[in-house]
Design a protein around this ligand. Structure first.
Ligand code: AMP
Length: 491
């Protein structure tokens, strides 16, 4: 999972790029980068958080009225400074790119680009492959000049060769900025326009909140399989380049995106309220005796409030989150991760004392978080602990840009709610039904016929995810975890 940002302005952009990346920090905390252009490319990329990478010195260097930015969360591979985006090439023009998603045929393309075109893909970052394929397409289509049609033709070339999910923003030096989404529109991408100056500024971002906070208006989604090109004269060209069933990622609404964002005309906060509403019905049917509803902060709060409201139950914030601790999910090694969960979430004992507690979370992945939470809630004196997930059981790895586990690591892999309850120490586990989950998220935009639910169903919409590929990424992830465990032992 990553966040991407592109601004095409007439004024220096770096301050807005920095502010914009801060709004995308939740989408990736591994590395970040900004590239600007003022006749040459200036770039600063690094590992860590946006606020730690950029300082007065490198910000002052990032001159220019055009910028691309990125926050990265490694999906496959350990992630390193060399993989930080944006990337750029110098042929047939200066072209820079950043993206969100994951290229399924990355290794084949890397090999092919080297063998057939003598191009070295120097990182493990898949945008480098997209960029080189795009450049190859543009070289063919723009022999004389770069036009909207030649840019669209280069994107068609990308669609033909690059498999997987990708939302891309590209800047072609002095020619214009173009953004496009893969044909299935798995990952989000939004477009906005700021008309406060004489000449309008244009922006592209992974979430609407970024454009909104930067002062862009007329915010809308880049449609799936489509591209929007702003040429050097600031004219906007848009085209649908490839048709396929629209399959936006449902996990964006469940966990990843900010609640104040609108993605594909669905507000994330409202989607979580709706997920709470459908889950409340299932909880009611279970007939569980509940005294208090407690959310696992922050993502599950809107759903938990709705559950408590509908079931007329007491709602309490019984778990307090320390915001200054990094994401537990990406900590190396299970023991380190478990310790960190305890430091990250602390119970308010009085909320739980003698109570029958319903804990609401967005998802259960490995079960480490839920197990630790249940343990601390019991230690706080709870009589019973019920654990509910407003998403369905996660059982398949995501190959489209979300760091998900190998099949064997999912606690729900081959186990039903009863066994899961026993493993995490709950008196009962209730999951949202998959169809209810889809129905709830779709409610705000019924024009979306279905979502990418691959991590729940194993149905990979792009149709190019072979068993061999799944086994390969599982091996890579297992190898990565082995290395992380070794690291944790030294920790
Ligand atoms: P666990 O069951 O301990 O593996 O972690 C589950 C928690 O991690 C969930 O409650 C989510 O809040 C969070 N989570 C789910 N998916 C991801 C992900 N891909 N990356 C980071 N955190 C996640």
């Amino acid at each position: 999972m990553c966040g991407v940002l592109g601004i095409f302005s007439t004024e220096p952009v770096v301050a807005r790029m920095y502010a914009g990346l801060l709004t995308l920090q939740h989408r990736g905390q591994d590395s970040a980068g900004i590239l600007t252009y003022d006749g040459r490319f200036h770039e600063k990329k690094g590992n860590g958080l946006v606020r730690d990478i950029f300082d007065e010195h490198n910000i002052s260097r990032l001159q220019g009225a055009v910028g691309l930015g990125h926050t990265r969360y490694p999906t496959v591979g350990a992630g390193s400074g060399e993989d930080a985006q944006p990337f750029w090439v110098n042929r047939p023009y200066g072209i820079a790119a950043a993206h969100n998603g994951n290229v399924v045929n990355f290794f084949e393309l890397k090999k092919e680009l080297f063998e057939k075109s003598h191009k070295i893909i120097n990182s493990n970052c898949d945008v480098e492959v997209i960029l080189n394929v795009f450049a190859e397409g543009l070289e063919r289509s723009s022999r004389r000049e770069v036009t909207a049609e030649s840019v669209f033709s280069a994107i068609r070339h990308v669609y033909k060769r690059v498999k997987g999910a990708y939302s891309v923003v590209i800047y072609i030096a002095d020619k214009g900025m173009v953004a496009f989404r893969d044909p299935y529109g798995v990952r989000p991408l939004l477009f906005g326009c700021d008309r406060r100056q004489m000449l309008p500024d244009y922006g592209f971002a992974s979430e609407s909140v970024t454009l909104d906070l930067l002062g862009f208006g007329e915010i809308r989604d880049v449609p799936p399989g489509s591209a929007i090109f702003i040429d050097a004269n600031r004219a906007v060209h848009e085209a649908r380049l490839q048709a396929a069933p629209f399959k936006p990622c449902i996990f964006e609404y469940i966990y990843f995106a900010r609640p104040d964002s609108y993605l594909n005309k669905i507000n994330v906060y409202q989607a979580r309220v709706d997920l709470g509403r459908t889950l409340a019905r299932t909880i009611q049917k279970s007939g569980l005796p509940i005294d208090v509803v407690v959310p696992v902060p922050d993502s599950s709060r809107p759903a938990a409030i709705e559950i408590a409201r509908l079931l007329k139950l007491k709602y309490r914030e019984g778990l307090v989150k320390n915001r200054y601790i990094g994401r537990t999910f990406i900590m190396p090694g299970d023991s380190v991760r478990r310790r960190t969960i305890r430091q990250k979430l602390n119970p308010i004992v009085d909320v739980f004392q003698g109570q029958r507690v319903l804990i609401v979370d967005d998802s259960i992945v490995r079960g480490n978080t839920s197990r630790s939470i249940i343990q601390m809630v019991r230690q706080s004196g709870a009589r019973s602990v019920y654990f509910v997930s407003y998403s369905a059981p996660l059982t398949y790895p995501c190959v489209y840009g979300i760091d998900m586990q190998t099949r064997s690591e999912f606690i729900a892999s081959g186990a039903g709610p009863e066994e899961i309850a026993a493993r995490i120490g709950a008196d009962r586990v209730i999951y949202q039904d998959r169809r209810d989950m889809e129905r709830a998220v779709r409610r705000q935009n019924p024009a979306i016929r279905s979502f990418c639910t691959a991590c729940f169903s194993g149905e990979y919409p792009t149709g190019d995810v072979s068993r061999v590929y799944l086994e390969q990424i599982e091996q890579e992830r297992e190898e990565l975890r082995r290395r992380q465990k070794e690291l944790a032992l030294k920790f």
